[in-house]
Design a protein around this ligand. Structure first.
Ligand code: SAH
Length: 350
């Protein structure tokens, strides 16, 4: 490890941390103690961890980094949405968003630096993926948002992995991240309050269904037929829609959980009555829920928002498909995925 920076403390689930502290010659309960200092008391400096021996505190400082991402800029919307542009240790810029629903405070977390999925309507893909985020960097996104809420005696209650990046392209780190934020000795975000969104990577959809956690899955479908999906999402060239739907059925069967399909309504492209009938047929018999998303227009992209969202919803509902139109947040602050970062980087480059 010589010459390498110490790993982020926040990257280790409790079980893994227990192994590490034992290797360091400490008792396993130390790991829980450290978790509580960091995630409960929010003490990020080993020197202040008073029930840990002085000599171990010194070793901790060498063994782990306790750095949090830095807040590069923050934009606050009139509706309470807050968009954070975070700078990681290596300089990488990452977005995380706080949204306030009536049921709780939701963090929308990025899973990668940039994204290589290339969806036609999305601003994240404007900057290609340069690397995965570590579990600890994703935990850092949540810690910063929770720290922002604390002075008002609020807390982060829900997490969606729907920011920049394809979480199933960074599967192991995302799963470690989930285990950490879900842990009772850490941030205690309930599994049912955690959702991962994928553009549709089949083997990972099946694997996710076998994790044995009560976490949620959302699949970005955005089309009612193969042709339209291929037009919008390059991933569709690799996996047929029929195979995707089969994987989703397997997921539901394996996990026993309802699956969410996300469907961005785009004017004249996927929002006709026929598209709604087609979609209803495609999803028939699957324990699912459809989230209709009003397109967040991106300057660099040609697509327009559909005006048919409620009609589309009504058709699906009439055919027995549970469906809602997603509430919008922060349109006054470029809250669409990747927009703040793209804007900021363009400005920096000038
Ligand atoms: N890569 C994952 C997660 C990140 S995108 C995925 O594809 O699901 C999270 C959600 O935001 C996806 O449903 C994505 O299609 C949607 N999204 C991307 N750009 C958008 C835009 N301009 N307007 C509305 N939703 C958008």
């Amino acid at each position: 490890m010589e010459g390498q920076a110490a790993p982020l403390f926040y990257s280790f689930p409790l079980a893994k941390l227990q192994e590490i502290v034992v290797e360091q010659g400490e008792k396993p309960y130390r790991a829980r103690q450290l978790f509580e200092w960091v995630y409960k008391k929010r003490v990020f400096d080993p020197d202040l961890m008073t029930d840990v021996s002085k000599s171990y505190r010194e070793r901790l400082k060498g063994a782990f980094s306790f750095d949090l991402p830095e807040v590069e800029t923050r934009e606050e919307s009139a509706d309470g949405t807050v968009k954070f542009l975070l700078r990681m240790k290596d300089g990488a810029l990452v977005e995380a968003v706080l949204m306030r629903y009536d049921y709780g405070n939701v963090a929308c977390v990025s899973s990668e630096v940039g994204c290589s999925m290339g969806c036609a309507f999305c601003a994240s893909g404007l900057i290609k993926k340069t690397r995965n985020l570590s579990a600890g960097e994703m935990v850092g996104e949540c810690l910063l948002i929770d720290q922002y809420l604390r002075p008002n005696l609020e807390r982060l209650s829900h997490v969606v992995v729907m920011g920049t990046g394809e979480p199933f392209d960074n599967y192991d780190n995302v799963m470690d991240f989930i285990r950490i934020i879900n842990d009772d000795h850490a941030m205690e975000i309930g599994a049912r309050h955690i959702t991962v969104s994928t553009c549709g990577i089949l083997d990972k959809i099946r694997r996710y269904g076998k994790e044995g956690l009560q976490i949620n899955l959302a699949v970005s479908l955005h089309a009612s037929n193969e042709e339209t999906r291929r037009l919008l999402m390059p991933i569709a060239r690799g996996y047929k829609m029929e195979e995707l739907i089969a994987a989703c059925r397997d997921y539901v069967e394996e996990s026993g959980r309802r699956i969410t399909f996300e469907y961005i309504l785009i004017d004249g492209l996927n929002d006709s009555d026929e598209n709604a009938y087609e979609l209803a047929k495609l999803l028939k018999g699957i324990l699912c829920y459809v989230n209709l998303i009003p397109l967040n227009p991106v300057k660099e992209k040609p697509f327009k928002r559909s005006k048919r969202a409620y009609r589309f919803r009504d058709i699906l509902n009439a055919r027995g498909i549970k469906c809602t139109v997603r509430k919008e947040f922060g349109t006054d602050i470029d809250a669409a995925c990747g927009q703040l970062r793209a804007k900021y980087q363009a400005k920096e480059a000038k």
